[in-house]
Ligand binder design. Sequence first.
Ligand code: NAP
Length: 255
Amino acid sequence: MTRLLEGKSALVTGAGSGIGRATAIAMAREGARVTVADLAGPGAGDTVAAIRAAGGEAQAVVADVTRPHQVAAMVDAAVAAYGRLDCAHNNAGVAAGTLGAGGQRVGDIDQEVWDRMIAVNLTGVWLCMKHELAAMERTGGGAIVNTASIAGLVGLPGTHAYVAAKHGVVGLTKAAAIDHAEAGIRVNAICPGYIETPMIGDSMARRGERILARAAMRRLGQPEEIAEAVVWLCSDRSGFITGTTVTADGGYMAS
Ligand code: NAP
């Protein structure tokens, strides 16, 4: 059976942990050569080791998505190693809890927290796309998937800066899809519900029971369940899909 991403060059940010790691591994399983990017080397190295152990091809790149030169170098590294860039999953992100601001309302957080949240979760996605789109245009097209969230579709309590950034990712995704469709580039957003990764420790500690009670499936999602949707959105099987969001939330948004 033909693999979904056979021979493609793919890039995943935040790929040293959680959803990004699962996506990088799933992309490699589907035949992509994967540039595994993350803020810290050890996490990215572990993901590359897992891919290689399964017979796949990958390289690790350390890059902070808020740093223009590092992002440019990250995309250059993908093209240098694998000749082109076909797929990108802009996934690196931080939660309010990660920044010590979980549960806080608009008037409660310091501007440093707001600035960091927007810098990583929104500006970081824009910066990655800026370089990825240029690389994809040079070789005739590609597919980009940005990680938004159900927090990009509705408000959630105690995490307004994250909600604002993720709504921004959804808007940016739509606008980029319109601007780059003629160049053969599709741009979509994945909107996960609550997924079992290090990121949700704070939310689960504060309101885990309420979260699980609202999800129709009454459980957290697994990173691999998001990865499968991202692989499909990057593949030619979703060839007419662009500028939209795919929600994978176990039915959280259904109620
Ligand atoms: P995770 O396990 O914490 O992974 C996030 C990754 O992003 C980490 O490897 C982290 O590196 C990296 N990262 C953070 N800041 C970065 C930066 N400035 N530059 C490059 N990499 C950076 O969390 P996750 O749940 O997989 O989250 C992945 C994405 O899914 C995020 O965009 C998140 O907002 C989104 N999401 C998650 C959920 C959920 O329930 N888990 C739901 C909806 C959306 P370090 O560990 O070294 O900081």
